[in-house]
Design a protein around this ligand. Structure first.
Ligand code: NCD
Length: 305
């Protein structure tokens, strides 16, 4: 399917061919990060963020600027009319007059779908509650493809908060298009959502465990996630699982050579700082890949590539 004018709401709307197209376009974008480009000259994207963000918002913004476009932003709802009680739909009806594309992060599941239905311009989901984070999944796949040279034939453990972690959901759906094997590692109370497990498990081999040490020798990629404190309805429940996993040099002793450790960031304390300087660490590199993938997505959706 052509990307031009398309919304990016759920990674489930993308088949393998679509995902491959984003990855190959991202590769073409890499040299433009230095050389600069005028591909999106005269275009404006509107970044509307109702939740905190560093990487997603800044990399979308940097991607637009590196392609010669411009951005307008709501990054602090308290300084916009949202603080006066303006609804999401009214905000969208206004912002679509100012821009060519909307990038939206919102705490409610279903928010990106609603926005895409309402807006007359393309909407890219930059995180919809605990549900999905499709552009993070694309950059995670890009990181694996660039660092391992392939997606097919890889074994990946997704560790941490698989219940509330939207990046974990989108990543699992995306990897299910490839010949991969997934290990879901989490505390019992934060197991992978049933609907994700069922859909992904019908396509590829998946298993669930609470134990990372027995899983580690089998995998090529360890994808670590943060326990999503802000999503817990009850902070006492959070206290029971905080610090459930901590990846240290000691943990990684059992790792295969060539294992890579990824993380969407921000990290709390689930990866020890001294892992950063090992050859396992790819989480900061991943943020650069994120910008490149977002350059590709913007160019594809705005129909210039
Ligand atoms: C993630 C998110 O917002 O879901 N961050 C990101 O976009 N890289 C992960 C998280 O907050 O834990």
């Amino acid at each position: 399917m052509s990307f031009k004018g398309r919304d990016v709401v759920s990674i489930r709307d993308f088949d393998r061919k679509d995902i491959d197209q984003v990855l190959t376009t991202a590769k073409l974008m890499e040299p433009l990060t230095k050389a600069g480009s005028e591909l999106l000259k005269g275009r404006i994207s509107a970044n509307i963020f109702y939740e905190p963000s560093t990487r997603t918002r800044m990399s979308f913004e940097a991607a637009m600027l590196r392609l010669g476009g411009n951005c307008i932003n709501i990054t602090e709802p308290r300084t916009s009319s949202i603080d006066k009680g303006e609804s999401l739909s009214d905000t969208l009806r206004v912002v679509e007059n100012y821009s060519d594309l909307i990038v939206l992060r919102h705490p409610l599941e279903g928010s990106a779908k609603l926005a895409a239905d309402l807006a007359s311009i393309p909407v890219i989901n930059a995180g919809s509650g605990s549900e999905e984070h499709p552009t993070q999944a694309l950059l995670d796949l890009y990181t694996i493809w660039r660092e391992k040279g392939k997606l097919d034939g890889t074994k990946i453990a997704i560790l941490g908060d698989l219940r509330y972690g939207r990046t974990a959901h989108s990543l699992a759906y995306a990897l299910a298009h490839y010949d991969t094997e997934l290990f879901f590692v989490s505390p019992r109370t934060l197991r992978m959502r049933r609907e994700v497990l069922e859909e992904v498990g019908s396509r590829i081999k998946v298993s669930e465990t609470t134990d990372i040490s027995t899983t580690l020798p089998n995998i090529d990629i360890l994808y670590v996630t943060r326990i999503q404190k802000e999503r817990f309805p009850d902070l006492e429940e959070y206290q029971k699982v905080r610090g459930a996993y901590r990846i240290t040099l000691e943990t990684l002793r059992e790792a295969k050579t060539g294992l890579i450790v990824m993380h969407p960031l921000p990290r709390a304390d689930e990866i020890a700082l001294d892992v950063d300087r090992t050859s396992f660490a790819r989480y900061f590199r991943e943020t650069w890949y994120g910008m490149v993938v977002r350059m590709a997505l913007l160019a594809l959706v705005l129909g210039v590539v």
